[in-house]
Design a protein. Structure first.
Length: 573
């Protein structure tokens, strides 16, 4: 079998299907995709709203709830705890399949009938205003995260404690404004760093303690802007810099950002891996174009935010002992053969289903728990299920769904964006593939203008005190965001953390802070480039420029200087 070139029916760009891809599709089995990798990712992300929350009413109890579904989305929503109770049965909303109508149109009709939980968080305690979180205690505004305690304003924070305003962290504790890092303790404003403690403003550092404003250091302590100091000198210099004051921190951060931009970059952050491509990979093997994976990911392609899984393609927020997942988000958890799904925990042989748990052998189902052999939320015998499933798969190809832009969806394609219960700008797609309302409309993607806050502003950013003068009265303040002007408040654990750490009060709302953190991440796309190390004494390439080839997320037009592994290690160690 050889590789094949296909034309994406969405963007009309050419993409390649490799022999190992065909082998994987045959194992599931599904036909090869008709959308390219980028368009598949964008389409899948448009079905996942992680961070935008609304006030709504529980359709069963009338209770006021916070939910990721807009009141006008056409979705019935239950309070999370009521949804998980035995007070109702999702089979009561079952539909008989109509072979005269496209599958996806019927699935949308089922989606408008079966109640959804207000938020998707499972096995959590005292974790409010959070979505797509599991095994969390005392979390607030946490999304896409697994296992943690006392964490707020976080996304992709796994096995993390006592931290705020973090993104893409693993096994971190007492961290603030930290991005894409692992095993940090008491670190603030750090990125791409590992095994560091008691430090501020780090980039690309490992095994460092008591460092400030440093890049690419290894096994160092008492460094400031990459210059060594004695402990006494270090303490005196920090007092001079006064990072706990607003002006002092702003000046230090500006100097650090210039140092960071000039720092060489390793082509990718890959730790304890074999035969992989992608970025921020920890403990992975034989993976292609994967990003932000942790803990034993093997034989996978095109995953983002994944852990402990193997033999899977095209996933976001997936894993926890799973295999043979394809076109999935928020799924896995000791599961197998979950394809074209969202929020599926446990179970095997589940296709085209949403929010089902502990089930096996489902097709086109929503909201089921501990069921098997169901299609469109109706119960069948094993023999009936297999026969009807085969008929529907044939019908999906013979009568595909056609969206408003003429794109066709048969068996083997994920759900169309236009049928998503979320507006495009409410979803993860807007973070990875930002559009304006006009561009979204041209693509046939739904859009919803956010509602303006009705809270009366009491404090402008310049009215905020220094952190040393911030008392609990500030918790009553309604502050105008310096960037977007929207109102925000400080929460008690946030103010307590900032005072204890001596960090200036934030001048931006949580949404703008998240966007700034997200902007530090290199997009999950790979480019074929060569090492930028020029003629260097002591390098293996000697009198010639290195030019070693690699796959990197740094696009050729970016300003950073990107090195191969060997040249990077020669420079920083």
């Amino acid at each position: 079998m050889t590789s094949e070139q296909r034309i994406c029916q969405n963007c009309q760009q050419q993409f390649t299907i490799e022999p190992e891809d065909f082998s994987f599709y045959e194992r599931i089995p599904v036909p090869p995709p008709t959308f390219c990798l980028k368009c598949r990712m964008q389409r899948r992300f448009a079905w996942r709203n992680e961070r935008i929350l609304f006030r709504n009413t529980c359709a069963a109890t009338g209770k006021s709830i916070i939910t990721g579904f807009h009141p006008r989305a056409g979705i019935a929503v239950y309070d999370r705890d009521y949804w998980w109770s035995d007070a109702w049965d999702a089979l009561s909303f079952g539909m008989e399949y109509d072979f005269s109508a496209p599958f996806f149109a019927q699935f949308r009709a089922l989606l408008e009938k079966v109640p959804m939980p207000a938020v998707f968080n499972a096995r959590t305690t005292n974790t409010f205003y959070s979505n797509y979180a599991g095994e969390y205690k005392d979390g607030y505004m946490v999304s896409a995260s697994w296992e943690g305690e006392n964490v707020a304003y976080a996304s992709r924070a796994n096995s993390t404690k006592d931290s705020l305003d973090v993104l893409g962290v693993m096994r971190c504790e007492r961290c603030y404004e930290t991005v894409s890092s692992e095993k940090l303790f008491n670190c603030f404003f750090c990125q791409d760093s590992e095994h560091c403690s008691d430090s501020w403003l780090l980039y690309g550092c490992k095994n460092c303690t008591d460092c400030f404003g440093c890049t690419n250091l290894r096994n160092k302590s008492h460094y400031i802007f990459n210059e060594p100091y004695s402990k006494a000198e270090y303490d005196a210099k920090l007092k001079e810099l006064a990072p706990w004051t607003r002006n002092g921190f702003a000046a230090a951060k500006a100097r650090f950002e210039a140092l960071k931009l000039a720092a060489i970059r390793k082509y990718a952050f890959i730790t304890n891996c074999q035969n992989v491509t992608g970025d921020h990979l920890f403990n992975a093997a034989d993976c292609v174009s994967c990003f932000d994976t942790f803990d034993n990911v093997k034989d996978c392609k095109y995953l983002i935010n994944a852990l402990d899984m193997n033999d899977s393609y095209d996933g976001y927020g997936v894993g926890a002992k799973a295999e043979l997942l394809y076109e999935a988000f928020d799924s896995g958890v000791q599961g197998s053969r979950q394809c074209f799904v969202g929020t599926i925990y446990g179970g095997a042989n589940i296709f085209y289903s949403l929010n089902c748990h502990g089930c096996n052998n489902l097709f086109g189902c929503i909201g089921l728990r501990n069921k098997e052999y169901c299609i469109f939320n109706r119960q069948y015998s094993k023999e009936e299920f297999q026969a009807l499933r085969a008929r529907i798969i044939r019908q999906m190809s013979e009568l595909p769904y056609t969206d408003a832009k003429g794109r066709k969806y048969g068996f083997g394609e994920f759900f169309p964006v236009e049928l998503s219960p979320f507006a495009y700008n409410e979803t993860v797609a807007q973070e990875y593939f930002p559009l304006d309302p006009q561009a979204a409309g041209q693509k046939g993607f739904p859009w919803r203008e956010p509602e303006k806050s009705s809270h009366a502003i009491t404090h402008q950013p310049e009215d905020l005190p220094e952190i040393g003068d911030a008392d609990d009265e500030l918790l009553k303040a309604v502050i105008a965001c310096e960037e977007c002007g929207q109102a925000y408040r400080l929460i008690p654990q946030e103010l307590q953390f900032l005072r204890r750490a001596g960090i200036p009060l934030p001048l931006h709302c949580p949404a703008c802070r998240h966007r700034a953190r997200f902007g530090q991440i290199v997009p999950p796309r790979l480019y074929h480039r060569t090492c930028m190390c020029a003629i260097q004494e002591g390098r293996a390439h000697g009198a010639d420029a290195c030019a070693k080839a690699f796959e990197t997320p740094y696009a050729p037009d970016r300003p950073e200087t990107v090195y191969c592994e060997a040249c990077y290690q020669s420079e920083v160690v």
